[in-house]
Ligand binder design. Structure first.
Ligand code: F6P
Length: 365
């Protein structure tokens, strides 16, 4: 047996732990393992496919990033190719990918990725590529698994950062607005906001009213604390409004690659809050710090479990599936089903209720 692994989309703490578990579990079965560099790109490059042995994965469980590299530009179904005039054309190279696996005599692929990468894996699986998916994303927005590795590390990093902002906000009697990642899901903002005792948490699932948000800030200044911490998920939006993008989804890289980049809500809010309340306001975008660094113990364990389970699925011939955490077990779900739905924060869920009960405002009332 010869299997391949790749990592696609944005990195998440725990990717290397999955790679290590896959390589060690497969080697134990006597299989050969290779790694494809940068998603599927390595398939088309010299030295882009490397042998992975026990030695290559020694001492990597705690490392952030991915030893294989990753990209969110390498979708074989929509591959950007530059024309002579400098414009970019998107081509479907999926048949070539499947053919490349055949040529290299790879029996199965373990694809580690978020919803985009798993949709690619699902499409390739339908074209005949034997694939097992492993869910990864700090956004925690995949419905089929209770949690993805990387999420709790991102929450821990964000919680610590927001905690540090408290002292400076209080010292200056300022409003601090922190923008966190998560795309259209508010999981990171909700978890980190509650854990770090933010006063206002804005998530895409609960559109806010600027008036309600400013009233909460004024109330804090009148009541005594004299400062406020606002946590905003990057996809947060006003009632009747739309999310804030770094560039218009219709122009630049967003348009070329069909992938709009969210961002800018914190700066926009800071301006609006200062204007409306008169309180000095600063903004911070935590950005890729949330993806970097060592995975916490929980994510290392989940990643190791996912890697080991993925090899078991290949061994048992259960291809076209994705491993998923359904406590207390790690189970297999069909890839097609796994990518069908995003998991958003339930607006009447326990953590939203907890937050409201302890006085957090979501800017909606
Ligand atoms: O999906 C993970 C994520 O970090 C999102 O939270 C964020 O919107 C996006 O990736 C950022 O992508 P990039 O690294 O391409 O800027």
């Amino acid at each position: 047996m010869k299997i391949a692994i790749n990592t696609g989309g944005g990195d998440a703490p725990g990717l290397n732990a999955v790679i290590r578990a896959v390589v060690l579990s497969a080697t134990k079965l006597g299989w050969e393992v290779c790694g494809i560099r940068r998603g599927y790109q390595g398939l088309f490059e010299e030295d882009g496919v490397v042998a992975l042995t026990r030695d290559s994965v020694r001492g990597i469980t705690h490392l952030g990033g991915t030893i294989l590299g990753t990209t969110n530009r390498g979708n074989p179904l929509s591959w950007p190719v530059e024309r002579e005039d400098g414009t970019v054309e998107l081509q479907d190279r999926s048949e070539e990918v499947v053919e490349e696996f055949r040529r290299r005599e790879i029996d199965a692929l373990i694809a580690i990725g978020g919803d985009g990468s798993l949709q690619i894996a699902s499409a390739l699986s339908e074209k005949g590529l034997p694939v097992v998916g492993v869910p990864k994303t700090i956004d925690n927005d995949l419905a089929a698994t209770q949690v993805t590795f990387g999420f709790h590390t991102a929450v821990a990093t964000a919680t610590e950062a927001i905690g540090r902002l408290h002292s400076t906000a209080e010292a200056h009697s300022r409003v601090m607005v922190v923008e966190l990642m998560g795309r259209t899901a508010g999981w990171i903002a909700l978890y980190a906001g509650v854990a770090a005792t933010a006063d206002i948490i804005l998530i895409p699932e609960i559109p806010y009213h600027l008036d309600a948000l400013c009233a909460k800030i004024n109330e804090r200044y009148e009541r005594g604390p004299g400062f406020a911490i606002v946590v905003a998920g990057e996809g947060a939006l006003e009632v009747g409004g739309s999310p804030t993008f770094q560039e218009s989804p219709q122009t630049g890289e967003s348009a070329r690659l069909g992938r709009a980049r969210l961002g800018g809500i914190a700066e926009k809010l800071a301006r609006q809050i200062e204007e409306r309340t008169g309180h000095e306001t600063r903004s911070l975008v935590l950005g890729h710090l949330q993806r970097g660094g060592e995975p916490i113990a929980y994510d290392r364990l989940l990643a190791l479990r996912f890697g080991s389970a993925a090899v078991e699925l290949v061994r048992d011939g259960r291809l076209g599936c994705m491993v998923a955490l359904r406590p207390p077990e790690v189970l297999a779900v069909p890839l097609k089903e796994a990518v069908a739905k995003l998991k958003l924060v339930p607006t009447d869920g326990d953590l939203v209720r907890t937050a409201r009960n302890i006085g957090v405002s979501f800017g909606d009332e």
